[in-house]
Design a binder for this molecule. Structure first.
Ligand code: TYD
Length: 426
């Protein structure tokens, strides 16, 4: 994908991350320590973005020397505590990743101390998508944003080949003064009208709209992940942990399941799994799973992928191969064929197969909820399901990552995370 610019620079506070809580709490802390009144939240919010030193003087009436003390006190709390009272804006990671993958130079230019930016980028896992991180040295209390922008660009870059996104007039003003294309992130901490008045070339209230502009109208396609495994393998726990991990990394995550995931498919699920459906033919069962899948892909999976989200699906096609093609002995060709309307629209890029042997699975299920129509099947059925998964994993070792699920939750999750981070960071 060819992009309009060679370099994309981002401010950090209010553009990549919502850092408000940690900053305002640390400003309040510093003023309390100085024995100064703490202003109301609206004033505290103005500290987010611009150089701190100037804000203490402008909003709290501190003189040079007092402002310096205040900054030191602020850092006392912010460095270890406040820094992590923040979160990335949902979807920002997919934008940075898409720019990076398209071959652009992606960098941060922020008035935050350099070491904090580096720490945060690593903590949130966006460092994989960044070519450069530029902040201020600890000996400085303020910085000229123009200087930060110039340092963030590769040497010799023609300013007209670069674009800067930021949420405050300092970002926009500096970018325009240097001749960069300036994009205003109005979802951050700007005041009404601030960014247009500062000369922004475009202003967006929504991160997704901004992403579309930066990517020239081509929203990044999301990433489709599925989890598979025998009943009782601990999928639900791992899925919840994975969702939390990816959200922390700044991805927008949609969690869904099969059979089900949307109203029509949930109704099909009831028919398939109900003990009232005993005696259902294997063909009918396979077709119902396929019907549920095509609806689910059309209604949930495909729209989420189109808008750049990560879809985590509890089971997908591989379950039909393992349970219907192998377990019910319907054969792989038939099952693949009836699922084609769904799989031509979307197939997981990575599938985590949580493996447990049958004895371990049975023991884990023994204390669980009442069994459904599939769970009461005989042992030879589950042995064939196992063979099915085995054959799939051997046939597609790139997509399907086998994970030993007999270990503790944390050990299993460390493999789950590595497999997904590995996919997202390449
Ligand atoms: P569910 O309660 O979601 O099981 P689990 O928590 O183990 O994922 O029930 C889904 C059942 O349906 C499960 O036994 C596997 C089976 N299944 C198939 O046989 N074929 C399929 O295509 C899918 C998606 C599930």
């Amino acid at each position: 994908m060819a992009l309009r610019y060679d370099c994309y620079l981002f401010d950090f506070d209010g553009t990549i991350a919502d850092t408000g809580e940690g900053i305002t709490k640390s400003v309040a802390y510093s003023l309390e320590k100085l024995g100064r009144p703490v202003p109301d939240q609206a004033i505290l919010d103005r500290f987010i973005g611009p150089p701190l030193h100037d804000s203490y003087m402008q909003y709290c009436g501190l003189n040079e020397e007092e402002a310096e003390r205040a900054v030191a006190l602020y850092r006392e709390r912010y460095t270890d505590v406040g820094l992590y009272e923040s979160h990335l804006y949902p979807g920002i990671a997919m934008l940075l990743r898409a720019l990076h993958r398209a071959g652009a130079w992606v960098a941060i230019a922020s008035a935050k101390p350099q070491f904090m930016l580096e720490r945060l980028a690593k903590h949130y896992g966006i460092d994989a998508y960044l070519d450069n991180i530029v902040g201020i040295g600890l000996d400085r209390h303020s910085a000229d944003k123009r200087d930060l922008i110039l340092r963030a660009l590769p040497e010799g870059t023609e300013p007209g080949r670069a674009c800067m996104a930021g949420d405050r007039r300092f970002d926009i003003g500096a970018a325009k003064a240097l001749g960069l294309f300036a994009v205003g992130a109005d979802y951050g901490y700007s005041e009404p009208g601030e960014l247009l008045a500062a000369g922004a070339d475009a202003v967006f209230e929504d991160l997704y709209a901004m992403a579309e502009c930066l990517l020239d109208g081509q929203a990044p396609r999301g990433v489709f992940i599925s989890l598979e495994g025998s009943d009782g393998c601990g999928k639900s726990t791992q899925i919840a942990l994975l969702k939390e991990h990816l959200q922390r990394r700044g991805f927008d995550v949609v969690l869904t399941r099969e059979p089900g995931g949307c109203p029509i498919s949930e109704r099909i699920r009831e028919v398939i799994l109900s003990l009232d459906s005993k005696g259902m033919s294997s063909e009918c069962e396979a077709l119902l799973y396929a019907a549920s899948r095509v609806e689910h892909v059309r209604e949930v999976v495909e729209p989420a992928l189109k808008s750049g989200k990560i879809v985590i699906c509890d089971r997908f096609l591989d379950s039909s191969i393992a349970y219907q093609a192998y377990g019910r002995e319907l054969g792989e060709a038939f099952v693949r064929q009836i699922n084609e309307p769904a799989t031509r629209r979307a197939m997981p890029q990575r599938t985590l197969l949580l493996e447990l042997n049958r004895d371990q699975a049975r023991r884990r299920m023994a204390n669980g909820a009442p069994l459904d129509r599939l769970e009461i099947e005989k042992e030879d059925f589950f042995a064939r399901v196992q063979q099915g998964y085995d054959a799939l994993a051997k046939a597609e070792p790139e997509r399907i990552v086998r994970i030993d699920a007999s270990r503790g939750i944390d050990q299993v999750f460390s493999d789950v995370r590595a497999a997904i981070d590995g996919l997202l960071d390449t």
